[in-house]
Design a protein around this ligand. Structure first.
Ligand code: UGA
Length: 430
């Protein structure tokens, strides 16, 4: 059992804190956002993540998990301090590390016995050494400390499962003692541990996220060729995926990747490369293909409906992926804005993300279910592959639509079956 403090109770911080408590540690999650912490104390989660609420509840009740806005008391008690604060994107594409610096200063001024400070936020390479410098500079009580880079690979929507069942654990560390403590902390997860220096650990995270984005853009590029030559991208992905060197995962063609991580990390990696004098052209093309995929949806609608001005378009799915209410960098927002710019009227439904969308979109009709969206619409567009949409009563949908047009941005339906039902149906790459 270790005493742990997690600074920053966002997606990564809160899931990390809850899971480390679940593993038997005593964890205090800290955040400056008073409302968030007050909510958490009452059992209200700041975002939706399957299984999180139950896990938080369980560990609060057994006394292993608590929440605070006070950094002093939480850092003082802890042996290991995780930094999980946000690193938003600047206009230039690089990560904004002001919060990481501010938190490092606060930790340094507070700590009065030896600490392990772990960076878990996604940060550019070299951040670890900046954290070290900052802490040294503000180390009021002159205590021993070690900085560790321990990037997180959890996905939203499956974050708890990913934390508890990682493919690998990456630990960038400088001392053997700290390496042993970190190894022991993660021992219950039974995963391979990659022990490296701090810079290598930081780069593994960038290289991994950018590679995932690359895989998605690659299959989307293939999908565009499939459409021209009459091939089926799902079968192509299957055929490729059986090759162990390639793997089937992250080869789902669609509207492109969204979310706060992949888009931000690709931009940040391009900037990091640029700063060290390397033009990461490959990743710039990855971005270009991703933007193109979003525009393809609008083009397909134009092909099916002619002019979009005055047409009513129903959108199913707003979150950037299923099982989350997160709409940051979601393809839906971009696509809806493009459609509105062409004069289309928009109706939307999402099982979880409608509230969070309200701050990004205007003049959109929010519906209570997919059928309400279909009613009187000239076309239906599927942007997020929620299970609820896979089980739709399609005859009912057809009756409700003004024109039986479905653009399936996630390939949840089969083209032949949809055509047999009388739909004008377009998937991606089939
Ligand atoms: C991503 C990584 O997968 C995690 O390993 C990483 O920890 C996380 O970023 C992070 O850096 O915090 P996440 O953004 O939660 O996780 O979600 P993903 O499952 O990676 O999906 C990202 C986007 O790619 C979604 O919009 C999804 O719909 C899209 N996608 C994914 C595809 O279009 N096709 C695919 O085959 C897979």
């Amino acid at each position: 059992m270790r005493n742990i403090c997690v600074v920053g109770s966002g997606h990564v911080g809160l899931v990390t804190g809850a899971c480390l408590a679940e593993l038997g540690n005593k964890v205090i999650c800290m955040d400056d956002d008073f409302r968030k912490i007050e909510g958490l104390k009452k059992g209200i989660m700041p975002f939706y993540e399957p299984g999180l609420e139950e896990m938080v509840y369980r560990n609060v009740n057994n006394g292993r998990l608590s929440f605070t806005t006070g950094i002093k008391e939480s850092v003082k008690q802890a042996e290991i301090v995780f930094i999980c604060v946000g690193t938003p994107q600047r206009q230039s594409g690089e990560a904004d590390l002001a919060s990481v610096e501010a938190v490092s200063q606060r930790i340094a001024k507070t700590m009065d016995n030896s600490k392990i400070i772990v960076e878990k936020s996604t940060v550019p390479v070299k951040t670890g050494s900046w954290i070290k410098r900052t802490i040294k500079l503000n180390n009021t009580h002159n205590v021993d400390f070690d900085v560790v880079s321990n990037p997180e690979f959890m996905r939203e929507g499956t974050a708890i499962h990913d934390f508890m069942n990682p493919d690998r654990i990456v630990i960038g560390v400088e001392s053997e003692r700290t390496a042993n403590i970190m190894t022991e902390l993660y021992k219950p997860l039974n995963a391979p541990i990659i022990m490296t220096n701090i810079e290598t650990a930081e780069l593994i995270k960038h290289a991994s996220n950018s590679f995932l984005a690359l895989k998605i853009s690659y299959i989307n590029a293939i999908a565009n060729i499939c459409e021209k030559v009459g091939a089926d991208v799902i079968k192509v992905a299957e055929g490729m995926g059986f090759d162990k060197r390639i793997g089937r995962e992250f080869l789902n063609a669609g509207v492109g990747y969204g979310g706060f991580c992949l888009a931000k990390d690709v931009s940040a990696f391009i900037k990091i490369a640029e700063d060290v004098g390397y033009d990461f052209e490959l990743l710039r093309v990855v971005q270009k293909i991703n933007d193109f995929q979003r525009r393809q949806i609008v083009k397909k609608l134009r092909e099916a409906l002619w002019n979009l001005s005055g047409k009513s378009i129903g959108i199913l799915g707003l979150s950037f992926k299923p099982n989350t209410d997160d709409v940051r960098e979601a393809p839906s927002i971009d696509i809806i804005k493009q459609l509105q710019a062409e004069g289309a009227n928009i109706k939307v439904y999402d099982p979880r993300a409608m509230n969070k969308t309200k701050e990004f979109l205007q003049n959109v009709a929010y519906c209570q279910n997919p059928y309400q969206v279909a009613e009187g619409s000239d076309a239906l567009v599927i942007i997020t592959e929620w299970d609820e949409f896979k089980n739709l009563d399609l005859s009912k949908v057809k009756q409700l639509l003004r024109q039986p047009v479905i653009i399936d941005g996630r390939n949840i339906f089969h083209p032949t079956e949809m055509k047999a039902l009388g739909f004008t149906y377009q998937g991606i790459g089939r």
